[in-house]
Design a protein around this ligand. Sequence first.
Ligand SMILES: Cc1cc2nc3c(=O)[nH]c(=O)nc-3n(C[C@H](O)[C@H](O)[C@H](O)COP(=O)(O)OP(=O)(O)OC[C@H]3O[C@@H](n4cnc5c(N)ncnc54)[C@H](O)[C@@H]3O)c2cc1C
Length: 444
Amino acid sequence: MELREELRARGGELVVRVGEVPDVLEELWKGTGFKNLWSHEETGNFRTFRRDKEVKSWSEGRGVEWQEIPQTGVVRGLKSRDGWSSLWKRRMAQPLTGTPERIKPASGVDSGHLPEPREVGLEETTKVNAQKGGTKLAWETMQSFLLERGVGYRKEMSSPLTGETSCSRLSPYLAWGNISVREVFQSTRDRVMDVRCAKEEGRPLDKRWAQSLSSFEGRLRWHCHFMQKFEDEPEIEFENMNRAYDGLRENEFRTDRFEAWCRGETGYPMVDACMRALHQTGWINFRMRAMLVSFASYHLWLHWRQTAVFLARHFLDYEPGIHFSQFQMQSGVTGINTLRIYSPAKQVADQDPDGVFLRRFCPELEGVPKVYLAEPHRMPGVLQHKVGCQIGKDYPRPIVMHREAYALARQRMGEIRKRPEVRAESFKVQERHGSRRRARRRSR
Ligand SMILES: Cc1cc2nc3c(=O)[nH]c(=O)nc-3n(C[C@H](O)[C@H](O)[C@H](O)COP(=O)(O)OP(=O)(O)OC[C@H]3O[C@@H](n4cnc5c(N)ncnc54)[C@H](O)[C@@H]3O)c2cc1C
């Protein structure tokens, strides 16, 4: 809606069509005979990759010149990861393209109506507290982060409580193209310079800014680093990045476990609160995403493919390149990352010791004393009765016991990681996708 208004203010028009892309292009082409097709360059799912191949062959058949414009630091057709970081920096430093003052509308083309979600096959959303879209909001969100909210970013990003305001919250805007990673990078650079000047000139400024901005800049590079993996090997939407892990979880999928995880009813409050938060908002911070996946992949021993698809549908910021690469990393099937199995109870102690976040999203735990909040099933029966939270009735029993599930997962992962074929494959994965910075640190 905002884009339509912005275009109209410049004399242009947003034309909307719903359908298979080659059919829509054919209809528009017959009406106008256009000769050039411009689109953004996308690192998308297999489905959109297939669509792009169809568009390519349609364009060639009609003599239309199709140009895709890169939007991020992802390099198409990259031969080797060596030197990628410099290419990324060069991309980020390129000047931004200005917004045109006037736009000529296509004559004789009906603008079409903006479809309701159900017209494009989407269900009514459960996300009552989702961020709203649009470029104006994207800019406001970025400014409030760079000038105010982001001061404690470095320390506060890991808690779902403080992360809600201390993280930038730019991910949906980046994923949907309301703002580009280059715009965010350049604004961050300006702010870094501001902070440096303030220090040199002795102006009062919170000392935490320098470190917080540096952590944030690093993550903007990660955005493209992870997407580049997917661009280079789109098969990781379906296949293990390290094929020597094939067979590890494939035949042990338990639907009851999967469904309890999806509903946020595992009996572990931190896991359940995060999942329910996602249902309502479509966002959760990085550490809690990692914990959700670690719980599903290690404690419940679920294959990452089904859990990844489920979360992709719930993340407002779903970005295939980041999503599948991160999923594989947090599930331990890349062979190049440190094994991280999170304890949901420890995450409560570290990230929400007073249980504010937990009680917000699991209201049935309202009366549970703080000492039992992380593992309410440990409450004595009398106390459960007294506080009105009976385990198995008001709040679920744990679907697995942490200690045993954790030990078993560690043992299984430890065994497979030692195998020579896994190590050989891991070496290839590092060559193809690994961060060169980390490799340099290791070799030093
Ligand atoms: C299993 C799993 C799945 C994920 N799926 C997605 C996804 O589909 N889309 C998505 O945008 N992010 C994804 N992330 C990465 C990260 O959790 C989110 O980018 C972040 O939480 C978004 O909130 P923010 O914009 O406030 O982040 P901030 O912390 O403010 O970071 C700023 C930006 O940097 C980038 N970024 C931050 N952390 C990472 C990271 N670890 N890897 C890559 N880029 C990062 C994002 O573009 C983010 O918007 C996933 C992480 C995990 C563990």
